[in-house]
Ligand binder design. Structure first.
Ligand SMILES: C[S@@+](CC[C@H](N)C(=O)[O-])C[C@H]1O[C@@H](n2cnc3c(N)ncnc32)[C@H](O)[C@@H]1O
Length: 176
């Protein structure tokens, strides 16, 4: 297998047996970079996340830039596109899933102090403007990754990887 070939190259995704998924629902609120969306797909596949909700501006397959960083992962992670982020959040709320905005705000709880529910929805925002006010108002909690350097935030796809694996570790879901 080379880095450019999907692990299951040649086998239609629908022919693969289902895998157990971790009940992590990902909501992307108007991401402007299709490369970031592709990178998030790849990490979501690694952590067997349940679903990705692509909202508003966020690129969705088929998309050439997304495909470059996803390296086929969008074939394996269930996803839905919503024009309005609120629709995705309302749907998750009706399912009884706690919606956690991952954002740097004055009142945000540091991720290591948060009691992570299972299932959970993780909401991420635009690369420059962050999660929109209306979207924040639809969330049940706000969690931040502590920043110990000079910058206020990190790349959104990197932030996703940090939070996803932190949650899986808390759930003791990283074993064999
Ligand atoms: C680059 S940040 C957006 C800019 C950020 N609002 C700012 O004022 O610097 C893009 C997205 O990544 C996530 N993010 C990046 N760093 C984060 C951190 N330290 N804690 C929580 N979320 C973070 C958030 O979802 C955010 O909306």
């Amino acid at each position: 297998m080379t880095e450019r070939e999907p692990h299951y190259a040649g086998i239609p995704p629908t022919a693969l047996p289902p895998i157990p998924r971790n009940p992590v629902h990902v909501v992307l609120d108007n991401l402007r970079s299709a490369f970031n969306v592709g990178s998030i797909f790849r990490t979501a596949d690694a952590g067997a996340a349940a679903h990705i909700h692509l909202c508003g501006l966020s690129a969705h397959p088929p998309h050439i830039k997304l495909a470059k960083t996803a390296l086929g992962a969008f074939e394996y992670v269930p996803w839905t596109y919503h024009e309005r982020t609120a629709d995705a959040l309302d749907h998750l709320g009706r399912e009884g899933i706690l919606r956690v905005a991952i954002e740097v705000t004055p009142d945000a709880v540091p991720l290591h102090e948060f009691a992570w529910p299972r299932p959970v929805a993780l909401v991420f925002g635009h690369e420059v403007t962050g999660i929109g006010e209306a979207t924040l108002a639809h969330c049940d909690a706000v969690v931040k990754i502590p920043m110990h350097g000079r910058k206020n935030s990190m790349n959104v796809a990197t932030a996703f990887g940090v939070v996803l694996y932190h949650v899986l570790d808390r759930w003791k879901a990283l074993g064999d």
